[in-house]
Design a protein around this ligand. Structure first.
Ligand code: NAD
Ligand code: IPM
Ligand code: MN
Length: 365
């Protein structure tokens, strides 16, 4: 029997609700493949702030670093929105990503045929979309210095941040993206703002240079404003997208709506070595927290990515993916993906149904 240590970070808002479902599913799919886990549940975000005074306790960080993988729900909420930066839930997540050195954030957006009618796009536009956003996660404007508050020459208050990329940061995410594109449909679109920003000019230059090592991958470049438009106009033109931290954040939320809901999109954050971090792309959804309305699929699919990318347990991952398809086939939907003719259920009930589907192990079609 294989055994893994997993740090679970439920966090805030709907985080605990969706993590609870994903944990059950991980256990069941794992047990059917001879996998055992030791779960370490730790505090992060607002929950950690309230309990310990800091959003990322040392104990949480050391547990994460010593695990085989980390599964996170979400952080943040109104209560902490006006905290100083070092006391913000979001700062904990950024610190965790940086400490784990998980520079490559994989955010797949594929449209399940069962959910085409949940998309706000026309059927013929959404149907068959299957793209992967590779988002740089530990650099760029999120971390660049100088940053802060100050005054300009008129004595007026200013806030400022720095978009900065060193060559090695671009090179490693580019290599990761080319390798992913090569295993998919062999098309990579690099998204930047090289018509305006120096950091993007270097980005484009380095991505083009690295392309020489991947002659089998067809590389294109696109400005981010056009990319935002093209994603809605004709999303099927994209296979793999590689982009910086902030553009990837925004474009992946946009891409999620092609699939019907942000509640469907999982992610995997990987570094050169060490544990990966797996989390849905959505946030803590304070507007629906505690109401049993959250869609757990994004987190359940993140658990599948954890098995596949984090533990190299592809068979157990496949069991979870099959169960998601089977649950969709049964017509069960949370509110965010509901369409007439389907059955509206809560997060808990959907979780129970996913468990039944894992149990019955219907192969994917
Ligand atoms: P959000 O993703 O939390 O919510 C946006 C909208 O999508 C809301 O209407 C919400 O109800 C809905 N939604 C999100 N996930 C859903 C799900 N699983 N099922 C059904 N509906 C879902 O974004 P926001 O409202 O901008 O941010 C709320 C808080 O979450 C903020 O504090 C923000 O900083 C934080 N946040 C955290 C993460 C993270 O932990 N990775 C990501 C994004 C935002
Ligand atoms: C995400 C979130 C985070 C980000 C925030 C909460 C720091 O929006 O995971 O997409 O911007 O990376
Ligand atoms: Mn985001």
């Amino acid at each position: 029997q294989r055994s893994y240590t997993i740090t679970l970070l439920p966090g805030d808002g709907i985080g605990p609700e969706v993590i609870s479902v994903a944990k059950d599913v991980l256990i069941l799919a794992g047990s059917l493949e001879g996998i055992k886990y030791e779960f370490r549940e730790r505090l992060i975000g607002g929950a950690a702030l309230d309990a310990t005074g800091v959003p990322l306790p040392d104990e949480t960080l050391s547990s994460a670093k010593q695990s085989d993988a980390v599964l996170l729900g979400a952080v943040g909420g109104y209560k902490w929105d006006n905290n100083d930066k070092h006391l913000k839930p979001e700062t904990a997540l950024l610190g965790l990503r940086q400490e784990l050195k998980v520079f490559a954030n994989l955010r797949p957006a594929s449209v399940f045929p069962q959910l085409v009618d949940a998309s706000t796009l026309k059927r013929e536009v959404a149907e068959g979309v299957d793209l992967m956003v590779v988002r740089e996660l530990t650099g760029g404007i999120y971390f660049g210095k100088p940053r802060g508050f100050g005054t300009n020459e008129d004595g007026e208050e200013c806030g400022f941040n720095t978009e900065i990329y060193a060559q090695h940061e671009i090179d490693r995410i580019a290599h990761a993206a080319f390798k992913i594109a090569r295993k998919r449909n062999g098309k990579l679109c690099s998204v930047d703002k090289a018509n305006v920003l120096e950091a993007s000019i270097l980005w484009r230059r380095r991505v083009s240079a690295i392309a020489q090592e991947y002659p089998d991958v067809e590389l294109s470049h696109m400005y981010v404003d056009n990319a935002a438009m093209q994603l809605i106009r004709n999303p099927k033109q994209f296979d793999t997208i590689v982009t910086n931290n902030i553009f990837g954040d925004i474009l992946s939320d946009e891409a999620s709506m092609i699939t019907g809901s942000i509640g469907m999109l999982p992610s995997a954050s990987l570094g050169a070595s060490g544990p990966g971090l797996f989390e849905p792309i959505h946030g803590s959804a304070p507007d629906i927290a505690g109401q049993d309305k959250a869609n757990p699929f994004a987190t359940v699919l993140s658990a599948a990515m954890l098995l596949k990318y984090g533990l190299d347990e592809g068979k157990a991952a496949q069991r979870i993916e099959n169960a998601v398809l089977d649950t969709l086939n049964k017509g069960l939907r949370t509110g965010d993906i509901y369409s007439p003719g389907t059955k509206l259920v809560g997060c808990k009930e959907l979780g129970e149904e996913i468990m039944k589907s894992v149990e019955s192990n219907v192969p994917s079609g």
